[in-house]
Design a protein around this ligand. Structure first.
Ligand SMILES: *[C@@H]1O[C@H](CO)[C@@H](O)[C@H](O)[C@H]1NC(C)=O
Ligand SMILES: *[C@@H]1O[C@H](CO)[C@@H](O)[C@H](O)[C@H]1NC(C)=O
Ligand SMILES: *[C@@H]1O[C@H](CO)[C@@H](O)[C@H](O)[C@H]1NC(C)=O
Ligand SMILES: *[C@@H]1O[C@H](CO)[C@@H](O)[C@H](O)[C@H]1NC(C)=O
Ligand SMILES: *[C@@H]1O[C@H](CO)[C@@H](O)[C@H](O)[C@H]1NC(C)=O
Length: 499
């Protein structure tokens, strides 16, 4: 392949010479250019295949393309014996209490931020309180989801963490002498040093009652970024019950062969919230709208579903994802683990995906009901299981860029840049519409989709920073590049992929 590419290159040079010297051979030239284009597309197809790994090649025997990465992945599920670090000795500036808000993965990122803030301010952190009133209404406490003792001890060389306030300070809080507030989103450490530290010194206890995205993505000292990673990848470990069951699911899947995790965020809450109703019937659309109006927390009420979809702001539908996976050349027999709750529209909506990829599985089909009984009514614990399986999959494909998609993407980068296909939804829906109305042939459609995702596989790169617009820049937890070894910061070239 490399050789052919080189031939192609020299052919191009020749072409440009002839262009000036002998303009009369235009026809030949046109044919040469066409050949060149076809070759480059073909070369890119090969590159995509190599990047996606042999497991996706229809009819090819499976072999691990990157055994090292696989081992790292396995290890991450096995609790290793850690030597406890020495305690950090520092003058305590007060007590920081935090109440996390949102779902599991939003809270996970927030916990990492809060540890970094507490470390920087030299305060004592109280084990974070988890959200029990969010949409998911999970009554789990921190210790029901995370290994709390490991959390405390593995961070003791950075910051002192207590399960609860010392009784003397607790009395102050009970007397209403603490201070409660929501810090400003996307703040840098200077804000916490200048605004929050004085409050801590004054009140002794400060309670941060919102934690989502309170720390900036960029412009923070490398030590702070590395601490965020240390918390995320080392200190935060799920409870042994969750880890054990997660391992079991992965083992069952592995015994049957390679697997892809599809984070199919096609759930009722997401559709109601986003106002995305493409492919729903009138009754369903009304149901979604009713739900949206019944949640005062969801501010956007009047939504044009089709417009939003065209902008790439809707989760992909099961039908759209079936077309996309087929166009990408994914093996139709590969196991696809659906990481999601209940799919809106149920079997009816899953039919086309199931027809194309009959090997669809989920934790409910791999385990006995009794295995899941203790987790069932705890959405965050169920999400934790999906998180573990997502980390271990050969390929991870999110259909929407929510918190789970982002945090798992970042964690997989950390585990050796395990492949995550970052779908370009805006482009995808446009191509899908062109294919379904007949203005694109299947081959054109498939080639366009493959080409568009050649460099969207979660490989090494730096985050995009957009000063003043933190929501639009790359999220720290989806690509914590300060903690990763970026072998080559520039995009891999086609030639280097092939050689
Ligand atoms: C935190 O403690 C370190 C010493 O361990 C000190 O150098 C630093 O100035 C302290 N920072 C604050 C905000 O108190
Ligand atoms: C956080 O605390 C502030 C100040 O007490 C209060 O105004 C705000 O409503 C609280 N927010 C939440 C989410 O509890
Ligand atoms: C932190 O943010 C403030 C305003 O929010 C800004 O003025 C300051 O320059 C920032 N500091 C750093 C170190 O980026
Ligand atoms: C889960 O909740 C449902 C409804 O609230 C209840 O019927 C069921 O018994 C609960 N299951 C378990 C295992 O607690
Ligand atoms: C097909 O759909 C595309 C994208 O929506 C649109 O731009 C194009 O005009 C449509 N073509 C036909 C023939 O309907």
């Amino acid at each position: 392949m490399e050789m052919k590419l080189k031939m192609l290159a020299s052919e191009k040079v020749e072409n440009s010479k002839r262009l000036t010297i002998r303009p009369e051979i235009k026809v030949w030239l046109a044919r040469a250019i066409t050949t060149a284009i076809i070759w480059s597309i073909f070369a890119q197809m090969i590159a995509l295949r190599e990047l996606l790994g042999p497991i996706l090649l229809t009819g090819m025997p499976y072999c691990f393309s990157s055994p090292v990465v696989f081992q790292i992945g396995e290890k991450s599920l096995v609790p290793t014996k850690v030597v406890l670090p020495p305690k950090r000795i520092y003058k305590n500036n007060g007590y920081l209490m935090v109440s996390c808000n949102g779902g599991l993965n939003q809270m996970r990122a927030a916990i990492c931020d809060m540890v970094a803030i507490a470390r920087q301010l030299n305060v004592t952190l109280i084990v974070p309180e988890l959200d029990k009133t969010s949409f998911w209404a999970d009554p789990s406490d921190f210790q029901d989801i995370f290994d709390v003792n490991h959390f405390i001890t593995s961070l003791r060389d950075e910051v002192r963490i207590l399960k609860q306030l010392p009784s003397r300070v607790k009395t102050r809080v009970e007397q209403g002498l603490s201070f409660s507030m929501s810090p400003i989103s996307w703040s840098n450490i200077t804000y916490y040093e200048n605004q929050i530290l004085p409050l801590l010194l004054k009140h002794k206890v400060v309670h941060l009652n919102r934690t989502d995205a309170r720390l900036a993505n960029n412009g923070l000292h490398t030590d702070i970024q590395k601490l965020r990673c240390h918390v995320n990848f080392n200190a935060l470990r799920f409870t042994s019950q969750i880890e054990e069951l997660g391992r079991r699911i992965v083992r069952i899947l592995r015994e049957r062969g390679p697997f892809i995790v599809l984070h199919l965020r096609y759930e009722m809450d997401m559709l109601a919230f986003s106002g995305c109703a493409h492919g729903c019937d009138i009754k369903e659309e009304e149901e979604l709208t009713r739900m949206r109006y019944s949640y005062p927390m969801w501010k956007e009420k009047v939504i044009n579903s089709e417009l939003k979809r065209k902008e790439g702001l809707c989760p992909l539908t099961p039908e759209e994802i079936a077309l996309t996976l087929t166009a990408l050349g994914i093996d139709h027999n590969v196991q696809i683990y659906i990481a999601a709750g209940e799919i809106y529209g149920g079997e009816k909506r899953m039919a086309s995906l199931l027809r194309e990829f009959p090997n669809l599985v989920r934790k409910e089909t791999l385990l006995q009901p009794s295995d899941l009984m203790n987790f069932q009514n705890h959405s965050s614990q169920m999400a934790a299981l999906d998180y573990l399986v997502s980390l271990e999959s050969d390929i991870f494909i999110p259909t929407y860029d929510g918190n789970m998609a982002k945090v798992v993407e970042g964690h997989r980068r950390f585990l050796g840049f395990k492949k995550t296909i970052l779908l370009d939804r805006r482009l995808l829906v446009n191509l899908i519409d062109q294919y379904t109305n007949g203005s694109l042939s299947w081959d054109e459609f498939s080639i366009a989709i493959k080409e568009a995702h050649l460099y969207r596989l979660g490989s090494p790169k730096r985050r995009i920073a957009i000063p003043e617009r933190p929501k639009e820049e790359d999220y720290f937890y989806s690509n914590p590049h300060e903690c990763l070894q970026l072998i080559d910061e520039s995009h891999e070239t086609l030639e280097s992929t092939l050689s």
